[in-house]
Ligand binder design. Sequence first.
Ligand code: NI
Length: 385
Amino acid sequence: MYDDIKNWMIDVRRDFHQNPELGMEEVRTAKKIASYLREMNIEVIEGVGGTGVIGIIRGGSEGKTVALRADMDALPIVDEKNVAYKSKAVGKMHACGHDAHVTILLGTAKVLNDSKKELKGNVKLIFQPAEETTGGAKPMIEAGVLENPSVDAIFGLHVEPEIGTGAIGIKYGKAYAASDMFDLIVSGKSSHGAYPHSGIDAIAVAANVITALQTIVGRNVDPRDSAVVSIGMINGGSARNIICNHIEMRGIIRTLNPKTREMVLHRAKGIVENICDSMGARGEFIRHESYPSLINHESYVDIVKNNGEKLLRKDKIIAIEEASMGVEDFAYFLEKIPGAFYFLGCRNEEKGIVHPLHNCLFDIDEECLLIGVRMQVENVKSILI
Ligand code: NI
C-alpha cells in the first residue's frame, strides 16, 4: 500500500514546491488540498480561520478523534536551488518544508481513508495557514477546528535537516519557546547639539535602556532557565548637531517558562518606563503577544517513540535534550488538547541535502515523505485501534 503512493507523493510535493504561497495567501495550495481530499472521498471544509482546510475521516465505529496537522505556507526567500522542481514564484520558496508536511498529511489521509473501517473513531486532517507569520493555528481554533467532532489528541511533525533521513527526533516537555515582540519608544526633547542642557537626549536615554534590558537575562532569570531579550532595530536622530527627541526600537523576547515570560515582560516594561522617567524622558513599552511555548505531552511522545522504534531502528530515535528558542504555533493546539510534535529527518549528505531550514538552498530528501506517512498512520492507529 505504501509503495503505491510513493511516486504520487513526490509529484504532489514537487507541485507544491514549485508553487509556494505566503501566509494567509495559500489559495492555490488550499484548493489543491481540498481537491485531493475530495478525490479520496473525504469530507472537506474550506476557509477555516482564513485559508485553512479540514478533512474528516470517520472510522468504522464510534471512538475518539485524533487530529493531524500540517502547515501550508512558504517564505519570502529566492529559491536558489538548481533543480527541475525549483520555485516558479519569484521571491517565494518552501524553505521550511511545509510542502512536505502537506504532502505527508495527504499521503496519510489516503492510507487511513483506505483502512477507515478498522478505525474506532475519527481522524481530523488540519491544513493550517501562516505558521511563519501571524500564526494560523489560533484563528483555526477560534473557528472551531477542535470541535465537531471534538478532538482528543493531536500529532504534528516538522522536517529536520540536522537529522538524517530514516531517523526521527523526539523531545519530551518543552520543545519551543514562547514569543513576544516589542516596540520601544523613547521620547525626549530636541535642542542644538552644542546646548544639550536645553533638551532631553533620547539617544543617551536609549543607551541606558538597552544596557539595563540586558540585565534581565543575566540577573533576573534563574540561570537554570532560558530566556532571550534581543533588540534588532533602532532608529532615531536627524543630524549630528541636533539632540535627538525620538527613538524607536524593535525587538523580541523568547522564554520557555510561562512564569518567566510574565516576569521578563514585567521587568522590561519597568526598565523602559523608569529609566526614561529618571532621565526626564518618556518611555513606552508596547508588547505584541505571539506564540506560547510548545510543551509536548509525555505519554504522546511515548507513542511517537514506540512507533518510531517499531518502524525504524532503535538507534534512529534521537532524543533531543534542549528546547529550541525558536517558535512553532502548533503550541496553541497543545494548550487545548494533549499531543506531540516531533521531527522527521530529511538530511542526505550523499545527495547534497544538507542546508538548514530557511536557507535559499534548503531541500528535503524525498525518501522521508513515506516515513512521515508511516509514522503518522501508526500514531493515529495507536489511539484508534
Ligand atoms: Ni516550519
